[in-house]
Design a protein around this ligand. Structure first.
Ligand code: SF4
Length: 529
């Protein structure tokens, strides 16, 4: 029996049938590597996914530092608003920074019975009184959707009363099958009410937006450092260490760089449709990944001087990290890893692991859709279901005044054909034969796969981290990087290699014994019983 069959075989026939579709033995199946994704988790299974509100508030909106973000709901939901995600932001003069704060309406039973709008209005008044913010976001959680508070009407009234920007997000936790739905809801409102409003002067024609970069552990800062060294102007970052003013000017860039495809491809596409700015899938995780990305960006801008500077910076940065990387590679070469995170990270980190001689034997996403696994070529074949139809999909028209093309249309079409822009190939193309892809990996399956595949490292989130560590397997969090980072770009690769090496070689593992190591493998009877 294969590893997959062994894990699945322990389920009832109904669960077996469902979960089988979420597992792929890469290039060793009759289904052309097709995987089921972005569908409901079976009730009762301990999933590691987050809710729609977590995707909206926790992922996309959370890192915007100068928007005061009120969570309208019970205080428990605000766990996601309490700095758990380590999206860092610098305090700048003249720009508010609310990242260290957590604002909640703290709904109680009477608010559920009689409605919470009054409480929300009061919370806004209090916030305005204390902080004088230029922008307020209101994020609703499950009970708000169930009782029907009209947060959009409250936001409109607040805009009028206080003369500020106030945007409401109907991102109740139950709205989607995972946090992915929340990303979409956040993207829609930012597109509607923020992008395109700015009139900042852009100094360089090499002007880019960085999309899907949330500055976890300072990743965005490292990426920006490299881009600036080469000569790019970063107009806005969605949304790591960003301000509303930055986001308002996104329409002025000449290319959007998409790091996390799942959380932001909606904005990338809408920016292109409305303002003519194409997007490029990039990956700043891993030394080779970063080099390839920098060369691709230079190819798009097609400028001799910029291309030459790109090579100079690459050579210089590599020179600075070569010794460290060689040392850590000597420590990690031959190790194996399993990765279960996000909707792009499980792909990106395979490049960095490969730089260090570590092979990935299992990878999966919590909230990826089929295109993150199989590439955007499957988009026409994904049938919308009731859950995906539940999330509004907005269409945009070209903006007559702000629409601009950096390259002539024929050249853009050529780059599209070459798949340099407007394309993402998905994870499967970079996974070796005989490795495994598992979507929505649950708690039970995590233990089973670790037991059977015995990877040296399991990269995950906080919910599953300690399951692995109690089994004697090192786990590093790739959602928040535990307490470390940045891991992006050249310097980040060294930080990552150092952390993993330290983790693997710590003597603590000699004191941990996996539960299954104490279980007898032989079964027998005594005296013929
Ligand atoms: S699922 Fe609902 S109740 Fe739970 S954290 Fe998300 S919004 Fe709050």
């Amino acid at each position: 029996m294969s590893v997959l069959e062994n894990v699945l075989d322990q389920y009832s026939s109904r669960v077996y049938k469902n979960r089988k579709e979420h597992m792929v033995d890469v290039n060793n199946n009759e289904n052309n590597n097709q995987i089921a994704a972005n569908v409901r988790t079976i009730p009762g299974i301990i999933t590691q996914r987050g809710c729609c509100y977590a995707g909206c508030k926790g992922v996309v909106l959370g890192p915007i530092k100068d928007a005061l973000q009120i969570v309208h709901g019970p205080i428990g939901c605000s766990y996601y608003a309490w700095g758990t995600r380590r999206h860092k932001g610098k305090t700048e003069e003249g720009v508010d920074n609310y990242l260290q704060y957590s604002f909640s309406t703290d709904m109680q039973e009477p608010d559920i019975v009689f409605g919470g709008e009054k409480k929300l209005k009061k919370a806004i008044a209090e916030a305005v009184d204390l902080f004088h913010p230029s922008t307020i976001f209101i994020c609703s959680t499950c009970p708000v959707g169930l009782i029907g508070d009209d947060i959009h009407a409250v936001a409109k009234a607040a805009e009028k009363e206080y003369g500020i920007k106030c945007i409401a997000y109907s991102c109740e936790g139950y709205k989607g099958v995972s946090q992915s739905a929340g990303h979409h809801i956040a993207n829609n409102q930012i597109m509607r009410y923020v992008i395109g409003e700015g009139d900042r002067e852009i100094k360089s024609k090499f002007a880019v937006n960085i999309l899907g970069e949330y500055n976890i552990g300072g990743d965005g800062w490292e990426t920006e450092r490299i881009l600036k060294r080469i000569g790019y102007e970063v107009v806005s970052t969605f949304t790591g260490d960003s301000s509303i003013e930055d986001l308002k000017n996104a329409h002025k860039a000449n290319l959007s760089l998409v790091q996390c495809h799942r959380s932001i491809n909606y904005i990338a596409e809408m920016i292109e449709e409305r303002y003519g700015i194409p997007w490029m899938k990039v990956n700043f995780i891993g030394v080779q990944g970063t080099i390839e990305t920098l060369r691709n960006i230079a190819k798009y801008f097609n400028d001799e001087e910029l291309t030459a500077k790109t090579e100079v910076v690459i050579a210089d940065e590599i020179g600075l990290i070569a010794d460290d990387m060689a040392y850590y590679k000597s420590k990690l070469k031959g190790k194996t890893a399993a990765i279960y995170v996000g909707g792009s990270r499980a792909h990106h980190y395979q490049f960095l692991l490969h730089d260090l001689g570590v092979s990935t034997i299992l990878a999966g996403y919590e909230f990826g859709h089929r295109d993150e696994y199989e590439g955007r070529e499957v988009l026409p074949f994904i049938k919308p279901d009731a859950d995906s139809k539940n999330i509004e999909s907005i269409t945009v028209e070209p903006d007559k005044e702000k629409y601009h093309l950096y390259l002539p249309e024929e050249e853009i079409n050529k780059l599209k054909e070459e798949k340099l822009i407007d394309y993402y190939g998905g994870m499967i193309k970079d996974m070796a034969n005989g490795t495994y892809m598992v979507d929505d990996l649950n708690h039970f399956e995590t233990e089973e796969f670790l037991k059977r595949l015995k990877p040296d490292i399991f990269f995950s989130g906080i919910k599953d981290k300690f399951v692995a560590q109690k089994s004697g397997i090192l786990s590093r969090q790739l959602h928040s990087y535990d307490y470390s980072g940045p891991y992006s770009g050249f310097r980040g690769a060294v930080n990552f290699a150092r952390d993993v090496t330290m983790g693997i070689y710590t003597p603590a593992w000699s004191f941990v014994k996996a539960p299954w190591k104490n279980t007898p493998v032989l079964e027998g009877t005594l005296g013929g019983e």
